[in-house]
Write a protein of this length. Structure first.
Lengths: 113, 115
């Protein structure tokens, strides 16, 4: 089982460039989440989705956009990258069933120079 | 507003001792789930334990137990007989089950087990 797969694992961007991070899950989960984790910090929710075709803002949505065109995929876009977006990005998915945990991808380390 | 607070940035414990990691939360949703995750230095997120707001008993999973005090809105993680491999970051998280369904994390506690 692949679980949750993030692509790419590492990326270096120049300020102003754009990119898309892909999250794919094979567990048929309804919910998907994007987080960023800065050094020594907790996970902060960027955007999330409770089903195909729906997205919602989290705690730190500015500078990011997302799309959930297919249930298994959740895309995170940076239209014009800034050094403040240097971080490790985690994707997670979960079932809405009470008592089930979220499963995480391995993370994407993004550096904006 | 949905919020998780972990007030201990770092904890240092001797091997084989028990340790309690604090977590308090705030929510107006009567139905919610509380989670603890471990993040070792390798970076992956490892699920440890879950507690539902309507669960009558405190959750336990091996050496992990959750001290759930609903009236005080606290969900502390207790690790018994700590091991060197327990050294990691620990995160408390909450998902509201009737509201927006966001999964929100606390700031984390870095636990160091000394031999």
């Amino acid at each position: 089982n692949a679980g949750v797969t993030q692509t790419p694992k590492f990326r270096v961007l120049k300020t102003g460039q754009s990119m898309t991070l892909l999250c794919a899950q094979d567990m048929n989960h309804e919910y998907m989440y994007w987080y960023r984790q800065d050094p020594g910090m907790g996970l902060r929710l960027i955007h999330y989705s409770v089903g195909e075709g729906t997205t919602a803002k989290g705690e730190v949505p500015d500078g990011y956009n997302v799309s959930r065109l297919k249930k298994q995929n959740f895309l995170l876009g940076l239209e014009s990258a800034a050094p403040s977006q240097t971080s490790v990005y985690f994707c997670a998915s979960s079932s809405p069933t009470r008592g089930t945990e979220a499963f995480f991808g391995q993370g994407t380390r993004l550096t904006v120079v | 507003a949905q919020k998780i607070t972990q007030t201990q940035p770092g904890m240092f414990v001797q091997e084989k001792e028990a340790v309690t990691l604090d977590c308090t939360y705030d929510t107006s949703d009567p139905s919610y789930g509380l989670f603890w995750y471990k993040q070792p230095s390798s970076g992956e997120m490892i699920f440890l334990i879950y507690q539902g707001s309507y669960d009558q008993q405190n959750a336990t999973e091996g050496r992990y137990s959750l001290n759930f005090q609903k009236a005080r809105k606290s969900a502390n993680l207790v690790i018994s007989a700590s091991q060197l491999g327990d050294s990691a970051m620990y995160f408390c998280a909450m998902r509201e089950l009737q509201g927006a369904q966001k999964l929100v994390f606390g700031q984390g506690t870095r636990l160091t087990i000394n031999p």
